[in-house]
Write a protein that binds this ligand. Structure first.
Ligand code: MG
Length: 362
């Protein structure tokens, strides 16, 4: 029986983790549940799975050690920068960490990798692209490769012109062609910020140079990512876009549990690949720039993005202003070394304050 401490239990990923536990009740149970703010959702899950330690994020603060004391896997599915403190706590507890919170590595990659190594923790990717890379690398984060190739659906606005992008709405942004996800990440898919984040994530997870990571558009979202090797061979992982598969694999690898739907190649017929239109989606390059600069800059980028995306979702700003806000924050704050969590938290708060003032005025 694998005991899971699930952080972010009422979000999109959290609910799919609960589905997997429901499906394999003799394999998995929950030792702790933490939600962001959906107290009712939390209580319902705690009752269904008989979990005594069930907390809202504000109650969980400062008690992270106790949260992970009794678990085999720390499943970090919290949304945004808020996930980082849990990932660090789980690393310090030397746990197996199923990581679905990409901001942990985007913002705190250096710190997280240091704590993982120092405490013998294990980092397992849940993001579908990184799970695909993990599989192509035979479940190793240190295997040799020449290139990591991330696929991107391109999001709902792939075919829009720059002019059309000025008037797209939050409702349109939330209509992702292939994946059902939370609001924040769905907008991040529409801006391609998400793909920029995934490049940074891949860098930390697999010790890659930025020059070794590529992103290509693959509108069908069937090939989840590919690894190119020295001899020219390229391995890919295929499957329908369904997060239940990478979630259950993160919990059981190298063992594989049955899935509900087999891939039907004939009905798929053809798969397509094309260049990522970076010039139309500046958030992608901004993320890469910040990722390459390192230090506090990815945290500044993310803090500004979290505020700007919320403002876009509420109809306050136009789509291109998301990138504008991020750019402004990156111009405003110098890079600082990020060797402590507190430094990152301060950079995050400053970026949020800057973005709020930029969007809502002082
Ligand atoms: Mg992904």
């Amino acid at each position: 029986m694998t005991k899971i401490a699930l952080i972010g239990c009422t979000g999109s990923i959290g609910r799919q983790v609960a589905d997997v536990v429901r499906r394999f009740p003799d394999r998995f149970s929950f030792s702790a549940l933490v939600c962001g703010s959906d107290k009712r959702g939390l209580e319902a899950l705690a009752e269904e799975f008989g979990v005594k330690t069930a907390l809202c994020a504000d109650e969980a603060e400062g008690r992270t050690e106790a949260l992970f004391a009794d678990c085999d896997v720390a499943f970090i599915a919290a949304c945004g920068f808020a996930g980082l403190s849990y990932t660090l706590a789980a690393a310090r507890a030397g746990k197996k960490i199923a990581l679905a919170n990409k901001e942990s590595l985007v913002c705190g990659g250096e710190l997280v990798m240091k704590e993982v190594a120092a405490h013998g923790a294990e980092l397992v990717p849940v993001d579908s692209e990184h799970s695909a890379l993990f599989q192509c690398l035979h479940f190793s984060r240190t295997a040799a490769f020449k290139k990591l190739i991330l696929t991107a659906s391109g999001g709902p606005f792939l075919r829009k012109t720059e002019e059309e992008l000025k008037t797209v709405t939050a409702r349109e942004a939330l209509l992702h062609p292939n994946w059902k996800m939370g609001d924040k990440i769905t907008v991040d898919s529409a801006t391609l910020l998400n793909k920029g984040y995934e490049v940074i994530e891949a860098k930390w997870l697999y010790g890659a140079q930025f020059s070794q990571i590529e992103a290509v558009v693959h509108p069908e979202s069937i090939v989840h990512s590919l690894v190119a090797f020295e001899d020219g061979a390229v391995l890919a992982q295929l499957g329908y876009p369904d997060m239940h598969i990478p979630i259950q694999l993160a919990l059981t690898y190298p063992e594989r549990l049955p899935c509900e739907r087999e891939l039907d190649l004939i009905s798929l017929g053809a798969l397509h690949f094309e260049r990522l239109p970076e010039e139309k989606f500046p958030c992608f390059s901004l993320a890469l720039e910040a990722g390459k600069a390192g230090g506090t800059l990815p945290t500044v980028l993310n803090g500004a993005a979290e505020v700007a995306v919320r403002a876009f979702l509420s109809g306050r700003i136009a789509f291109p202003v998301i990138a504008e806000t991020i750019q402004g924050a990156l111009d405003r704050f110098p890079r600082v070394r990020a060797d402590r969590y507190e430094t990152l938290r301060e950079a995050d708060m400053r970026a949020r304050t800057y973005a709020s003032e930029y969007i809502y005025g002082k």
